[in-house]
Structure formats: structure tokens, C-alpha cells
Design a protein. Sequence first.
Length: 170
Amino acid sequence: MRSTATMCVFGIVLLSAVTIMPRHLSADEAQDALEQGKAALAKGDADVAIGRCSEAVRLSPEYADGYQNRGDAYYQKGEYDKAIADFTEAIRLNPNDAGGYFNRANLLFYKKRAYDKAIGDLTEVIRLNPKDAQAYYNRGLAYRRHGDIQKAGEDLARAKELGFKVGRAP
């Protein structure tokens, strides 16, 4: 009787371990896939980066960094609508990370010429990081394109106060 009870307890512990392990392994595998995607993107191989980041997202659908980095790869590849969708999902999953807002704003400004939307995203970046000189500079440019010269001047002056120099961030 004692050995049957011991075997039952062992079976429950083993079954629990098998049930828990895939989640841990999936998170590790997702992180590995993401790192491979980042490395591919750094080498300029957007297709490989998209594939590896897609694997990270498949393994861990709530992994905002997977969407963020895949969005970067889509941006690099010129697939702007897909990049916007991934940046938007990264923002939904991690609304306190300024990176998704910043990247989406740059795409909206430079590639889509959607200045109002870029201003909104850059305003959120500034709310999250009030000392982000690049965000003030970019928002100033967006205000200028939008025709609001006063707000453009204010933001460009603030960027300069924070140490921004045209051509490089502080």
C-alpha cells in the first residue's frame, strides 16, 4: 500500500513537472528566437529577423519585445503597415514602454506622413520619458509639418535644452 501511494505521489509530481516545463522552455525558446532575430536584423537580414521574431511571438504571444523587434524588421523591409500593426501590438502589451510609440511615430511621420498620429505617439513618449530630447525634436518637426509653428518652436527649443544636436541624439 505504501509503495502504491508513493508511486501515486511520484506520478503527480512528475505530471506536474511535465505540465510546467513546457511554459518555461517556451519562454526560453522565445527569448532565444528573439535574440536570433535581433542578430539577423543587425546584419540587415530582415527576412530571417521576421522569421525568428515570429517564432518568438508564436511561442510567447504576450511577448511585447517579439512584436517590437518584428516591427523593426518589417520597417527595415519597407512593409510599413505590418510594422505599424506590430508596434501597435507591442504598445497594447506593454503601454509603459516608450519604444513602441517612438518607432510607430517615426514610421507615421517619415513614411506615412500622418503628422497628427505621429504627434500623438511622440506626446506619449514624452509623457513616459520627459527628458527624451529626440522625442521633442521629432515632435517639433511633426508640428512644423502640421503647420503649428509655435508648438514646433517650443519643442525644438526644449530638445536643444536637453542637449539634442541635429544629426545625433544626446
